[in-house]
Ligand binder design. Structure first.
Ligand SMILES: [Fe+2]
Length: 275
């Protein structure tokens, strides 16, 4: 197992692993350590069936199932399809900065995204290192965010979802409050817990002030030195830690096929609530 750093002290490419094969405990632990330390792990030239993806994710934790059943694979509810090949809920355009399922009480810990069909340009996934962003906050901003909470919503006004939530689905995920600074569940490491696509309000501030603070924090977090931009190739598998990075998808040509499969896994129950 070889590793290559892809950005400034985060995002790592791991070579010499075939994810379709079961990993022995030593390899699994090494992979998990690297992933947690570097927040984003990239594997190339993989060829995975749904069962492989699920077996890999299950090694890390209880499997994530998306509340929107119309987005999941017909065969496995734990595998989500992100594609523009069918019309039910096609992936298109930009997906703004966010952390996965931050609008739920116990958000998914890791997300695994497997690229199968990739447009010839565009559609990159960008990651922002929210731990480095926290560490490098100017003093005045760090003082402001300490102890603050934010309200996260799956339906922030002005932010359209790929597939609108049905009323019954929406009922399952009312707005939720999380700390704005989060400590990694296993490492002694703090990070901003940012999801600009979902944060509606910060710390009881007047809306304008809240929006301005969110904009300042986001601008700081996505400075080039905190960002890794992944240009996809078919067979790429990306795995990221939603406690420590946020991500975004760039626009891509709608007339070219794009198909990813996504799985995710939760933290153990007792560590699940962001703190
Ligand atoms: Fe996402």
């Amino acid at each position: 197992m070889d590793m290559t750093l892809l950005a400034s002290d985060f995002a790592v490419r791991i070579d010499g692993v075939d994810l379709s094969q079961p990993l022995d405990d030593a390899d699994f632990n090494r992979l998990r350590d690297l992933w947690m330390r570097y927040k984003v792990a990239v594997f190339r030239d993989q060829s995975l069936e749904d069962d492989h993806l699920l077996a890999l994710a299950r090694r890390f934790g209880r499997l994530f199932v998306h509340v929107q059943s119309q987005l999941v694979s017909p065969d496995h509810k734990e595998v989500m399809y992100a594609t523009n090949r069918e019309t039910k809920a096609p992936v298109r355009g930009v997906l703004e900065w966010h952390t996965d399922q931050s609008y739920t009480p116990k958000p998914v810990f890791g997300t695994i995204l497997y690229g199968i069909e990739i447009p010839d340009h565009g559609g990159e996934t960008l990651f922002a290192d929210l731990s480095a962003a926290y560490d490098s906050l100017p003093d005045d901003l760090r003082r402001r965010v300490e102890g603050l909470t934010a309200v996260f919503s799956p339906v922030k006004p002005g932010h359209e979802r790929r597939a609108p939530l049905r009323a019954d689905q929406l009922e399952e995920i009312p707005d939720v409050t999380h700390p704005l600074v989060r400590t990694h569940p296993y490492l002694d490491r703090k990070a901003l817990y940012l999801s600009p696509n979902h944060i509606k309000a910060i710390g009881g501030l007047p809306q304008q002030e809240s929006d301005a603070l969110l904009a300042d924090l986001t601008a700081h977090a996505i400075r080039p030195e905190h960002v890794y931009c992944h240009e996809w190739r078919p067979g790429d598998v990306l795995m990221w830690d939603n406690t420590s990075v946020m991500h975004r998808r760039n626009d891509f040509p709608p007339d070219q096929p794009r198909f990813h499969k996504r799985t995710g896994f939760y933290l153990p129950e007792e560590l699940g609530i962001p703190a």
